[in-house]
Design a protein. Structure first.
Length: 108
């Protein structure tokens, strides 16, 4: 059922253990979702989709587009791919910087 979990997890630079930690599962549960016919409940599917920045439809293979409502430029996609390769601390600092820049541009 969860056809795209492994590829999405790898695209985000996450180990099975780290993904499990982010959504309150065990590494063994993530392994089973990726490798067997064990299926997560709907709350777990939603949590996985949220962490992996995708839709439940894409996660289960119902929709080919990982983010159907978002169209990225080539430059944006390149930036995101580069960011995903960074450590969690670097990503956290980047998000803080982006939020700060966004607030300043809005005049808040």
């Amino acid at each position: 059922m969860v056809r795209n979990l492994k590829s999405l997890r790898e695209e985000h630079g996450l180990s099975q253990q780290r993904l499990a930690e982010l959504i309150g599962l065990t590494q063994q549960a993530v392994y089973k979702y990726e490798r067997t016919s064990i299926e997560p409940d709907i709350d777990t599917l939603i949590a996985l989709a949220d962490v992996l920045h995708t839709t439940v439809d894409h996660l289960i293979g119902h929709d080919d587009s990982p983010t159907p409502d978002i169209k990225l430029t080539d430059e944006e996609a390149k930036c995101i791919k580069s960011l995903r390769k960074q450590s969690p601390e670097v990503r956290k600092n980047f998000y803080r910087l982006a939020e700060s820049i966004s607030r300043k541009s809005k005049g808040t």
